[in-house]
Design a protein around this ligand. Sequence first.
Ligand code: HEC
Length: 128
Amino acid sequence: MSKPHSLRLSVSVALLLGAIALPAQSQQADGAKLFSQQCAACHSIVAGAPPGLGPNLHGVLGRPAGQIKGFAYSAEFKKALAKKNWTPELLDKWLEDPQNVAAGTYMMYQQPDATVRAAIIDYLKTVK
Ligand code: HEC
């Protein structure tokens, strides 16, 4: 009777150690994972890859909005974001609610959690 119990105990100790070891590098890992869960269905992050439902996001931070050749941006997006560059601040507003930045945009997504947005933005800074 004591065997299954001690097995269970060592499994939970291992999980606990894993949880303690994680935070040091979790920010970036989380961002990459969050991107693949929440953005990758519509956006490629691979340099030169063709657009999907949304434009390619490789190197998006710092680049002017709406510049991916071969992607048909909505008229609303082009109007609202003309001559704007993707800064972390603008991207944060965009991810919170794209409709607030460009009412009528095709991007159907909202992220009310600032921590999640920050992790994704930190990840995007590394992809250039
Ligand atoms: C359901 C599909 C979908 C999802 C999910 C989605 N997007 Fe989009 N995204 C779009 C579309 C469509 C556009 C183009 C909007 C337009 O033309 O109105 C866009 C545009 C953008 C742009 C503008 C790029 C440029 O070339 O100026 C950024 C930045 C962006 N998305 C980031 C993200 C990020 C980061 C995520 C995940 C947190 C995400 N999107 C999730 C569909 C999506």
